[in-house]
Design a protein around this ligand. Structure first.
Ligand SMILES: [Zn+2]
Length: 173
């Protein structure tokens, strides 16, 4: 009975690390069409002359320079990131990153190949914004709270960055 607590702790640690390993596993894939499309969209967004008009009024302190600098980092991410297809049945989301691994994006085998190229593109830009601009998921586009994000929380929200970029390209590459 002496080591019950230690054993319990050890079990928890093993379970946690197993879970972690399984979300980090996968086969390397190359979504080159989505990657190219994302690259085109982000490049277009960086070079658009009237970028200021695309910044939502909910982000009054965000300058075009801040966005362009962040998006340049997204381009680097799109150029260099490695994509793994994960087959873990517990993973429900389409794509994800672990910020500790700056160069890696995981996609969900169950859903990824059913997505349109535009949706894969959106996912890559979203995930690269996490890695390259340190964005968070304060709110997703389909949530009511999305429109209510203000200031730095809007600027640091992955879907907000993604939508600004995709809007500029009119969701086409
Ligand atoms: Zn996210």
């Amino acid at each position: 009975m002496k080591y019950v607590f230690e054993l319990f702790l050890l079990t928890i640690i093993v379970l946690l690390s197993l879970h972690h390993v399984s979300i980090m596993s996968g086969v390397r894939v190359e979504p080159h069409m989505a990657r190219e499309c994302a690259y085109d969209m982000v490049s277009k967004a960086i070079h658009i002359p009237n970028l200021i008009y695309f910044i939502p009024s909910t982000m009054p302190t965000t300058s075009p320079t801040t966005l362009r600098n962040g998006w340049l980092e997204i381009l680097k991410c799109l150029n260099t990131s490695i994509v793994y297809e994960n087959n873990n049945s517990n993973v429900l989301i389409t794509a994800y990153v672990i910020k500790l691994f700056r160069n890696t994006i995981w996609v969900n085998k169950k859903t990824w190949n059913h997505l349109q190229i535009e949706e894969q593109t959106r996912a890559l830009i979203h995930e690269c914004s996490h890695l390259a601009m340190n964005t968070n998921d304060y709110s997703y586009i389909h949530e009511d709270s999305f429109e209510k994000l203000r200031g730095i929380r809007a600027e640091k929200n992955a879907d907000t960055q993604t939508i600004i970029i995709m809007n500029i390209s009119q969701f086409k590459c």
